[in-house]
Design a protein around this ligand. Sequence first.
Ligand code: GLA
Length: 409
Amino acid sequence: MSHWYPSPDQEATAAQAVAAFRAAYGGDPDGVWAAPGRVNLIGEHVDYNGGPCLPMALPQNTVVALRRREDDLVRVTSTVGAAWQGHVADISPGRVSGWAGYAVGVPWALRTGAAGPEGKALGENGFEASVVSQVPVGAGLSSSAALECAVAVAVDDLASAALGRSSLGATDEGRARLAAACVRAENEIAGAPTGGMDQSASLRARAGHALALDCRDFSVQQVPFDAAGARLAVLVIDTRVHHALVDGGYGSRRKACDQACEVLGVRTLGEIGLDALDGALAHLTRPDHRRRVRHVVTEIDRVHAAVEVLARSELAALGPLLDASHASLREDYEVSCAELDLACEAARGSGALGARMTGGGFGGSAIALVDADRAESVADQVSAAFTRRGFGAPAFLLAVASDAARRLA
Ligand code: GLA
């Protein structure tokens, strides 16, 4: 028997957030907002290299009950960590640690202009908020982006109404700006040097679609993704191995890519096409740089192939692309781990059409494309393989392409 995460129940979670709000602050919140976690179908470690990726929003959300204040006091509580309280002016890089940085970094990023000039006034006021997350934390499913994005849409809705204008979140262009503010909060307040895919997915994805995100300019295309219609499912395997992007591995990969860009005289590795790969590799003297570049350039090519496969509604043809992506992340980018490798191998061995790690790596989750009616049996066989190898039990959920951040109540 495998461990499955419970199916998310938005109403129950919203009620829990409101109850926590009342207990912490008294009175009612102004509203309740939700923002989803994500899985990335393909295109890993390419966002900060100016490449394309293909994430989709999960049905699991982070839910926030929030009330705007007239002064600049900020108070936040959560089921995942200690409460934090301070003034808007207290929030700056290095001054908020832990989970709260992801939440209260958002008004700081808005105030300092990350969402453009119209966004500045949105972050001036304080607020009280209670947070409940359905997105497993530390599982590589972007619980941190979900938290930022839930706070961003809440603050944007309330402040825009107070200012008598329509919210940034009402348009995709405005959502792209909110995403930029969330990225800045994550990079500078929470201290995680991540690339922007997660916040775009949480704010800009659409139910029934994967989000083709071009990280050169963060433009998007909605690509229909109806796994159930093809009698397939995307099984998420959370290895439950610790995953934290503030640890060194993620940052060191970014740095290696920047160094390779300098040697090659390009602004981003995304500028190097597959046909120019051999020439680029010949210029690089460091073997680790050669491996990193080869991953990025071939991964970008796989994303283009995946988008074509989806456009032809040949979902099963994604399988070999997922497998090739995982091999590249394992061998060339070196961000997999024994548990992720086993999750993918065991899933394939029990009939998955393809499998790969998803997200930053070093633990966290893998995805497997499976026949819909075999998801449970694949999960059971992966669980059994983990037990045989002496690893802790993994946990599972099904990734159904879901809605982006929105107001619930
Ligand atoms: C994490 C980061 C993203 C992206 C992925 C790897 O999820 O937050 O920006 O770089 O890793 O693709």
